[in-house]
Design a protein around this ligand. Sequence first.
Ligand code: UGA
Length: 435
Amino acid sequence: MTNIAVVGTGYVGLVTGVALSEIGHKVTCIDIDQAKVERMRRGESPIYEPGLDELMTKNIQAGRLFFTANHAEGFTDKDVVYIAVGTPEKEDGTADLRFINQVAKDIATNVKQDVVVVTKSTVPVGTNDHILSVIKEHLVHNVDVQMVSNPEFLREGSAIDDAFHGDRIVIGADAGYAGDMIEDVNEAFGIPVYRTDVRSAEMIKYASNAFLATKISFVNEIANICEKTGANIEDVASGMGMDGRIGHQFLRAGIGYGGSCFPKDTKALAQIAANHDHSFELLEAVIRVNNEQHRSLTNKAKEAFGSLKGRRIALLGLAFKPNTDDMRESPAIAISQELLLAGAEVVAYDPIATENAKRVMPEGVTYVSTAEEALRGADAAFIVTDWSEIKSLELRAYEQYLKEPYVFDGRNCYSLEDVASTSLNYYSVGRKAVV
Ligand code: UGA
């Protein structure tokens, strides 16, 4: 059992803290937001993540999981401090390290015993060295501090499962005992550990996200060519994926990636390269292709209708992917902007993300509480997020409620054979239109 503090209770911090408590460590999660701390103490997760509430409650009751807004209290007697605060994107695409720097100073002023500091947040190569130098510069007590880079690979919506069944745990440490210690801390997860130096660990995180984003943009471009040549992207992706070197995952064509990670991390890596006088052209193209892919449904609708002025469009799904209420960089935002700009009316439905959507979607979107309500009287449906509720919506519902029988499916939720037996005009991604 190790005494651990986790600073920051966003997705990464909270899931990390809860998972570490579940394998037997005594964990205190620290957040500056007192109201949020109160909620978490009651076992209420501030984010929608399947399975998280239950696991929080279980470990709070077991006396292994604590929450505080008081740094001095949070750092007392801790052998390991995890940094999991956000690294938002600055105007120029670089990572904003304001919160990281603040935590480094808080650690320096509060720790009274030797400590290993572990960075979970995604940070540019060299940041862990920087954090260590900030801590050492502000250190109040004469203690030893060592750094470990331990990037996080969890996916929103399946974060709990990923925490216990991830493909690997990357531990980046330079000389010293810290790497061994963090390997011990993680042992009970039973996940393969990959040991490397600090800078390589930092790069593994960016390179992994950039590579996955590249797969998505690549398959989306193949889908666009499939549409022009009459091939079917699902068959193409299945055939490609059977090659073990390529693999089936992340070959789902759609309306482009979103979320808090891929858009931010791809831009940050391109910027890191640029800062080192290297133009990462491949990655720049991946980003451009993705931005363009967000427009694909609207482009198809414009082509089908001529003009979208006065057309009422039902958006089904708003979150950047299913099983999350996260709206950050969701394609729904760009799609709504374009539709409104083209003079269309937008009626939106999401099973979970509506409240978050209201904060980031453009003014002028109407929100309703069922898919049927969104469809009723609309000229077309745009399927934006493949929630299982939306995927299981019967094709009959579109025929019944839509004013015009147009469906633009950004997630290929329906089989072309099923659609062929309806009266719908159906446009999907990388497959022949059914009209
Ligand atoms: C992603 C990575 O998958 C995690 O490994 C990583 O830890 C995380 O970023 C992070 O850096 O914190 P996440 O953003 O939660 O996780 O979501 P993904 O499931 O990877 O999906 C990202 C986006 O790609 C979504 O918009 C999704 O719709 C899209 N996507 C994914 C596709 O369009 N096609 C695919 O085949 C797969």
